[in-house]
Design a protein around this ligand. Structure first.
Ligand code: GLC
Ligand code: CA
Length: 554
């Protein structure tokens, strides 16, 4: 392996929630600098920061008003330079989030585009429709139509896949492609080690006149529908991204290009990451995780009901992704991020299970990506007001649930464990009132659901934090970096795999069940490298107590 990033162990920092250095309740760059010793002690070697550019924060920074400047709430350009330098000094690489599918409506390009339909910036965005008729029935990920009237009139609409304050860029326009490359290289020139390409799979759109066919299809545009096939993973995505990636790799051969490919299936992921295609190094897929829909309350909309993971689908998906990408690229191994509920809230029923799921995921072939706070067992916050979700769809859900006789409290309990916002709580450094995050109340409200914190876990040799340290140390061993992997044929109550490199090997066995699991393992694996929960080894039989996990070598 010849690039640094093939050995990356990434830690995702949500800057607003990590550490507040100037006590305004908002995490910032200087706060991250203060915590570099902690990051180093964890054993990670890369951090990925969610967006920190100038932004009205409609979508917490994913709405960028100025790509060339740091949001003053996060710090200054000087702070950013200091962060990069201090991280590099500590052997930590820095990856920035790069939002390339859309901008903020406050971006000066968009301001010019709506002011003057004849300006060149008008074609930086996607305008269509006339006489106040929306061009099609496509729905936005954030609810409602993808079309919003040009606020300056003219009867036309602009396209936004996300919030209406986040207009999509027109990647068909070669000028836009040039501008985006310029921005990317501006940051790489400043010493950033890579970019996470946000929502890149959406940069190409199908013919805008085409309504999405729905049941009871009336060719009317009053009902909207999320028209994924018309704006996700179209072939032009690769066509337009290729010159962008090629130029970056030419100018910065060590830059990591990590794409967020939420809905990409494994074959697309292979296309996006195979060397011959000159696109990305790795992608993050959301396809690992499928919900168990069997316990859904049919009287309520499904989206915000708490759901368990469908474990047998999960196991199948892991095996397929591991094997399909085996000769292609390194899969990104993760349990959660700022767009999903936390591991300790959703998948892990117990602390033991949180640990063994970490073993399961991160010792596979690929690059671990750990969401801040996961290493201490943080859970989603509990929100007590629907407005705290900052999501119109939640308000609708609460109304709907009320009609079905649910109290607001019951409904908010449900949404708090299933929604992305409560997963963005401030890092629990200590058990003090503001968690050692700030001296004042943090920007994000909500009640923490456990008292886990770094301060206490530092003092306990067997804490989750120290467990993660051991796990990441193990991950750095050659076997787990470069060994091949295959999954042993066990039933869906366990996930057992073997990693081999030359003549060294290890068995990783994790119980997914609440019962005692008996697992036949190959002969001679007796040496325990790491474990979570209780187990027994009798000859070649391994017994795992509920949700336990173990790593064995010969
Ligand atoms: C990505 C981000 C998400 C954001 C969206 C729009 O999916 O992860 O948080 O809302 O893109 O930029
Ligand atoms: Ca601050």
């Amino acid at each position: 392996m010849k690039h640094w990033y093939e050995h990356a162990i990434i830690y995702q920092i949500y800057p607003k929630s990590f550490q507040d250095s100037n006590n305004d309740g908002i995490g910032d760059i200087n706060g991250i600098i203060q915590r570099i010793p902690y990051l180093k002690s964890l054993g990670i070697n890369t951090i990925w920061l969610n967006p920190i550019f100038v932004s009205p924060q409609v979508d917490n920074g994913y709405d960028v008003a100025d790509y060339f400047a740091i949001d003053p709430r996060m710090g200054t350009m000087k702070d950013m330079a200091a962060l990069i330098e201090a991280c590099h000094h500590a052997g930590i690489h820095v990856i920035m989030d790069f939002v390339l599918n859309h901008t903020s409506d406050q971006n000066k390009w968009f301001q010019k585009a709506i002011e003057d339909p004849n300006s060149k910036y008008h074609d930086y965005y996607i305008f269509a429709g006339e006489k106040n008729q929306r061009p099609n029935n496509w729905g936005s990920f954030f609810g409602g139509s993808v079309w919003e009237p040009n606020p300056n009139g003219a009867g036309e609409f602009y396209f936004h896949l996300f919030d209406k304050h986040m207009p999509d860029l027109n990647w068909k326009n070669s000028q836009v492609r040039k501008e985006m490359l310029k921005i990317a290289e501006f940051w790489l020139e400043k010493g950033v080690d890579g970019l996470r390409l946000d929502a890149f799979i959406h940069i190409a759109k199908a013919d805008l006149r085409q309504n999405y066919p729905i049941a009871n299809y009336l060719n009317k545009v009053d009902k909207t529908v999320i028209a994924e096939p018309f704006f996700a993973n179209l072939p032009q995505v690769q066509e337009w991204l290729r010159p962008f990636c090629e130029q970056i790799k030419k100018d910065y051969p060590e830059a990591l290009l990590l794409g967020e490919a939420a809905s990409a299936n494994v074959n697309l992921a292979a296309d996006y990451t195979m060397k011959e295609n000159h696109l990305l190094d790795n992608v993050v897929t959301f396809r690992y995780f499928e919900d168990d829909q069997s316990k859904i309350d049919l009287s309520l909309p499904p989206e915000y009901q708490p759901k368990n993971l469908n474990w047998s689908a999960f196991k199948q998906n892991q095996i397929i992704w591991q094997q399909t990408l085996a000769e292609v690229s390194l899969p990104i191994l993760y349990w959660s991020n700022h767009d999903m509920p936390r591991l300790a809230t959703k998948e892990a029923k117990t602390e033991v299970q949180a640990r063994s799921l970490a073993i399961l995921m991160y010792l596979q072939r690929g690059i671990p990506l750990i969401y801040y706070g996961e290493e201490i067992g943080m859970k989603n916050l509990l929100f007590t007001k629907s407005s705290e979700f900052n999501d119109k769809k939640v308000e609708d859900f609460v109304k709907e649930a009320k009609k079905q006789g649910k109290t607001t409290e019951e409904t908010l309990n449900m949404v708090s464990v299933s929604h992305k916002m409560p997963a963005r709580g401030v890092m629990q450094w200590t058990n003090s009132q503001n968690n050692g995050f700030s001296n004042v109340k943090p920007w994000i409200k909500g009640i923490k659901q456990n008292n886990v914190n770094v301060q206490v876990e530092e003092t306990e040799p067997d804490s989750m934090l120290n467990f993660y340290r051991k796990l990441l140390a193990l991950k750095k061993e050659k076997l787990f970096q470069s060994g091949n992997i295959y999954v042993l044929p066990t039933d869906s109550n366990s996930y057992v795999y073997r990693r081999d490199l030359d003549n060294i090997s290890a068995i990783v066995a994790v119980s997914l069940s609440n019962n005692k699991e008996k697992i036949e393992i190959p002969h001679g694996y007796k040496n325990v490298m790491l474990s979570a929960g209780k187990y027994h080894i009798n000859n070649d039989q391994l017994i795992l107590m509920p949700y336990s996990g173990i790593v064995l070598s010969r």
